[in-house]
Design a binder for this molecule. Structure first.
Ligand SMILES: *[C@@H]1O[C@H](CO)[C@@H](O)[C@H](O)[C@H]1NC(C)=O
Ligand SMILES: *[C@@H]1O[C@H](CO)[C@@H](O)[C@H](O)[C@H]1NC(C)=O
Ligand SMILES: *[C@@H]1O[C@H](CO)[C@@H](O)[C@H](O)[C@H]1NC(C)=O
Length: 249
């Protein structure tokens, strides 16, 4: 449904229900060193109050598209005073509040468990897709990296993420590389097109020393026109789908 560029990606849909993180944790046990094809649990958090948590099972070196179904409604919901962020954690015993990526001590201490914060919605704009690269070193997760590009959209549509998010508040330092967003009004018409999609790819080496290559197809490798058509396909696909639904009634 999405686009030809996404053939070969496994789509995992998670419906954002009332499930909420009582505690900010992601503890499904210790992670043994990983080989290609091994399953890995990742928790995806959304900075609503209280925070929402979704758990996905992905596989090493398999490109996956995580669809956070219902996130558009959060993004266009009444809380436009606060920006909406997401972040990712792998299973570990400590707390899972987002990494402060403006602090190198913190990155050294927790960077192999957690990602930096990633913007989902701010005032009039909503992000539709983002790319996460999981870096392994000899099968151990060494870091999570958001790998985005604004090459598919106008500069006015480019949204920057803060490097930190403490108590739901953005820090003052922002990442250079942004994420394309669309106007909130677009999402009111076709909410499904604005449910955040997290494309996951892999880099580094597994426990047997095999090189992971799926990050070669990460989104920032797509050129401007390809990116732009991916966004158009997202929008067109959903407006056609919603027309089909309303036509069928
Ligand atoms: C919206 O924000 C206010 C304060 O910023 C908070 O008290 C409230 O719980 C938030 N609502 C949601 C649904 O996140
Ligand atoms: C940086 O992170 C470390 C470890 O998490 C923490 O102890 C320290 O207070 C942080 N520094 C700042 C300026 O936030
Ligand atoms: C966040 O909240 C905690 C606990 O309420 C507080 O100790 C801390 O100073 C707050 N941080 C910021 C940046 O407001």
């Amino acid at each position: 449904m999405a686009s030809q560029a996404m053939i070969g990606w496994r789509r995992l849909v998670f419906l954002l229900g009332p499930c909420q993180a009582a505690m900010l944790n992601c503890d499904a046990g210790e992670l043994a060193p990983l080989a290609v094809g091994d399953p890995v649990f990742v928790c995806v958090f959304m900075s609503t109050q209280p925070v929402k948590k979704m758990v996905f099972q992905i596989k090493v070196e398999e490109s996956a598209e995580l669809v956070l179904k219902g996130s558009a409604l959060l993004a266009i919901g009444p809380n436009d005073s606060q920006p909406l962020y997401t972040w990712v954690s792998r299973s570990h015993a400590g707390p899972s509040h987002p990494l402060d990526c403006s602090n190198s001590t913190e990155m050294d201490a927790r960077g192999s468990y957690l990602s930096c914060p990633q913007i989902c919605a701010r005032s009039a704009m909503v992000a539709q897709l983002t790319n996460l690269v999981v870096n392994l070193r000899d099968g151990e997760v060494s870091s999570f990296a958001w790998d985005n590009t604004c090459s598919g959209c106008a500069p006015s549509k480019c949204m920057q993420s803060s490097q930190s998010l403490e108590n739901f508040t953005e820090g003052s330092e922002f990442f250079q590389q942004g994420t394309c967003g669309v106007g909130r009004d677009v999402c009111v018409g076709t909410p499904a097109a604005c449910d955040l999609r997290v494309f996951v790819t892999w880099a580094g080496t597994d426990k047997r020393g095999r090189n992971l290559i799926s990050a070669g197809s990460r989104l920032s490798k797509l050129t401007g026109p390809t990116m732009a058509s991916l966004y158009e396909t997202l929008m067109d696909g959903y407006s056609l789908a919603s027309q089909a639904v309303s036509g069928a009634r």
